[in-house]
Design a protein around this ligand. Sequence first.
Ligand SMILES: C[S@@+](CC[C@H](N)C(=O)[O-])C[C@H]1O[C@@H](n2cnc3c(N)ncnc32)[C@H](O)[C@@H]1O
Length: 371
Amino acid sequence: MPAPDRAPCDVPVLSADAVRQLTTVFRDVGIDSPDRDARLLVAGLAGLDPAFVVVSPVPLGDDVRLRIADACRRRLDREPVARILGRRGFYGREFRVTPASLDPRPDTETVVEAALAIATREGWRDRPIRILDVGTGTGVILVTLLAELPLATGVGTDIVSAALEVAAENAARHGVETRASWQLARTFQGVQGPFDLVVSNPPYIPSRAIAELDPEVARFDPATALDGGEDGLSVYRELVAGICNLAPAGWLCLEVGAGQSDDVVKLAARARIEGARRPTIFRDLAGIERCVAIKTQLYPHLKKSLDHQGVCYKLLKCDRVTTAGKVPAEAPERPYPANCRDRIFADQLAVEGFLKGHLLRCARSLGTRNH
Ligand SMILES: C[S@@+](CC[C@H](N)C(=O)[O-])C[C@H]1O[C@@H](n2cnc3c(N)ncnc32)[C@H](O)[C@@H]1O
């Protein structure tokens, strides 16, 4: 009697042959790392270490057999292994992964390495620094940094509330939940600084390029985690525009896509961030420039000018100053130098982003024209 024709995903016994069988079906549909994926799925679902060695075949229970078959079919449909198993290893720790968030990538460990190198250089390892992780997703960056820097506290933000729930769960899993808080926010909106370190792996794929990505990415990572707008740089623009307000004397550490580091440094320079003149670039294991680290302070001449006699700065906050430069009667008398408005206009040419907004509002409240 001929042997029954078993479906290629059916693995009745745990054996080297079983792993080879799955490897073959994965290879046949063009999966990149068929042997690794086969081993990770079988090990993950049979409760074994991925480095398992089978000396003699072991029969599998029906439930495990069905789960392996289901996982195999999902992988053939190009779902990534981490999504099938619902977990991903990152910087030596395991994180829960759900459809709400990006499946964290090994490349992102470069951001963690960069942040830790900066922490060492700045003497932050034994200080209670504050960290902000914009677009935290599963929380891998923030949770890892809090685990590595035991005195630090941090805030993780995201525009997806379901992602924040998973990040909070991951924080608890790694024992850093009392030092982490989570906030539904777009970039810096409603976020209270100051921070010593702002990290982010923002969405950076140009919108039109998403459909051309591998199916594992295009079909399974949420668009909110990928789509960086027309040129891929839209969230970077928001980050550099607000950073000096939120971290006036700290570091900004950004993951970038391949070939984007120069563009991101230029955006930071245009936002007059002093550190953009001397960015530190970190490469990933493939040698690709993966992380741009920039010290966050405004150009010194601009800052000095804004501090001009300590009075212009108050004007910049539009602190009770009304039209025609008059201080309202009920406000305390506050002298300011005659050339203060001129200085504001000189600097207006040099500033962008949030500062420009302040300056324009001040100029308006002083009743002068906007040149
Ligand atoms: C590329 S994923 C990174 C996730 C996680 N940090 C990691 O490295 O695996 C980008 C994340 O940013 C979130 N996001 C997108 N635009 C955002 C914005 N303007 N402000 C805050 N979060 C944003 C997405 O929902 C997504 O979770």
